[in-house]
Design a protein around this ligand. Structure first.
Ligand code: UD1
Ligand code: CA
Length: 480
């Protein structure tokens, strides 16, 4: 919008969080609280965003600049009230004209659409001040909206300064206000701090506008939770649950099946396609994307993963992994960063993968560790295979060619490569490259040392059991 300045207040201490992390930086739904606010603010397409920082600004400032690189940071050295904070912001950004919107940094449910509608209503109305208000059952702690007999807003009275009658008012100031900039900058110079808190109240601008004969109005929002702030961790958890409920509901309306919304957690930036199915106990976090017809769950935690069309992921913990179309993963798979599974590939039960490109239709079905590896198209890795990528100092790569078939219980000592169409025998320890089409066997031929248990482990339950069988023989010489 033309010449719109949005000021986000984030200088307060947030002491009730009892945290070394600044309040607005606490995460909820995959973003910081202020991250949600800034995202809603950006939906109004403002000309500039000014963030007021104070307490722990060395944490908050860089976070804001990372999310909105061209935001202006205004430093409020002492927290002398919301009126003072907005004055500091207007001075830092040299705001003189246009529209100014003020919001708090701790309202994670704030939605861009609502904010846009509020700003549009304000600018269309020609008011000097518009207040986003809500009617709440428990108005305690909020500034009350005082109206005259005709219903016009005459003042906002803070809880601490209110009389009994005013305390009975259920219409509250959400903390989001819109102003004509010229009026605001002038009014901020006139407000005093002669009140119960000794602070400069932004809300005093309402009376100043009235006294000057300017128009003031309230915009009542039905969904007042959007403007609810989290002051402590219990409130944060409650807002987090509500945020999740809203996100899950939105995806269901967009064609995603969610079997159990109560145990499904979806971060704000996750993308799901129609006909995805999410089974109970699943968390989709960060920038995870799930493509059409994929089924995820039960009991998966996927962070920053991409799950292909029609893929099936069961009881899996994954981070920064890309799963191909119609591939299957789990149950009990651990996908670490850099895992890429091709089309119709398989990562089966009790398999851990890291920095591994597993080709189309390639399979790692059982009980394996695949680290720093490339597995070619259609290859099959035997059960219980370890890609020994770490020599104690450095990591090395293993390459397995297309259509290779490796035996069970193999160890691949990297760096090593197994050629296209090659095989390895059961129990092979592969230290040297295997040419294409070759069979690598490394286990020696088997030797049975008769009587070894009884002579070396006498008195143990194992030896007792052995004595029920053949007991003859000398372990030192052995027989083959
Ligand atoms: C404020 C409003 C109140 C409204 C409520 C909604 C005023 C005087 N009161 O009260 O009418 O119902 O919000 O939640 O505006 N902040 C700064 N610098 C300061 C003071 C505050 O940046 O010097 C920031 C805080 O970090 C917070 C926001 O402004 O994000 C609101 O401040 P807070 O002290 O919580 O105001 P309330 O007393 O809740
Ligand atoms: Ca507050």
């Amino acid at each position: 919008m033309d010449n719109l300045t949005v000021i986000v207040l984030a200088a307060g201490g947030g002491t009730r969080m009892k945290s070394k992390t600044m309040k607005v930086l606490h995460p909820v739904g995959g973003r910081s609280m202020i991250g949600h606010v800034l995202s809603a603010v950006q939906a109004t397409a403002p000309s500039r965003i000014v963030a007021v920082v104070g307490h722990q600004r060395e944490q908050v400032g860089p976070h804001i600049q990372q999310l909105v690189p061209d935001a202006v940071l205004a430093v409020q050295e002492t927290q002398d009230g919301t009126g003072h904070a907005v004055r500091v912001a207007c001075e830092a950004a040299d705001v003189r004209e246009g529209t100014v919107v003020v919001a708090a940094g701790d309202t994670p449910l704030l939605d861009g659409q609502s904010l846009r509608e509020f700003v549009a209503d304000h600018t269309a109305s020609g008011r000097a001040v518009s207040i986003l208000t809500g009617i709440v059952p428990e108005p305690k702690g909020y500034g009350r909206i005082v109206r005259d007999r005709t219903g016009d807003v005459v003042a906002i009275v803070e809880e601490k300064d209110a009389d009994d009658e005013q305390r009975g008012i259920h219409e509250i100031n959400s903390g989001i206000l819109a102003f004509d900039a010229a009026f605001l900058t002038d009014a901020l110079g006139r407000i005093g701090n002669d009140n119960a808190s000794g602070e400069y109240y932004l809300t005093d601008t309402v009376q100043i506008a009235r006294d000057a004969g300017l128009r003031v109005g309230a915009y009542i929002v039905d969904d007042v939770r959007q403007t609810e702030g989290a002051n402590d961790r219990a409130q944060l958890a409650e807002l987090g649950r509500e945020l999740n409920r809203r996100i899950v509901t939105r995806w269901m309306k967009d064609g995603v099946t969610v079997m159990d919304p109560a145990t499904t957690w979806i971060d704000a930036d996750v993308v799901l396609e129609p006909d995805v199915t999410i089974l109970p106990g699943t968390q989709l976090l960060g920038a995870t994307v799930v493509r059409e017809d994929a089924v995820v769950g039960p009991d998966c935690t996927l962070k920053d993963c991409e799950i292909g069309l029609g893929a099936r992921v069961v009881r899996t913990h994954g981070e920064l992994a890309v799963i191909g179309d119609r591939a299957t993963v789990g149950p009990y798979a651990h996908l670490r960063p850099g895992t890429r599974l091709g089309v119709e590939g398989k990562i089966g039960g009790f398999v851990e993968t890291k920095n591994a490109a597993i080709g189309d239709r390639a399979k790692v079905p059982h009980l394996s560790y695949v680290g720093d590896a490339e597995i070619g198209e259609g290859a099959n890795i035997g059960a219980g295979t370890i890609f020994a990528n770490y020599d104690g100092v450095a990591k090395h790569r293993t390459v397995v060619g297309r259509q290779a078939r490796t035996g069970s219980n193999n160890t691949f000592i990297a760096p090593v490569s197994i050629g296209d169409g090659a095989s390895t025998g059961g129990g092979a320890v592969v230290r040297e490259d295997v040419p294409p089409g070759a069979l690598a066997v490394s286990a020696g031929s088997q030797r049975n040392i008769e009587g070894w248990v009884v002579s070396r482990r006498s008195g143990t339950p194992q030896a007792e059991a052995a004595q029920g069988g053949v007991v003859d023989g000398d372990a030192d010489t052995g027989v083959s």
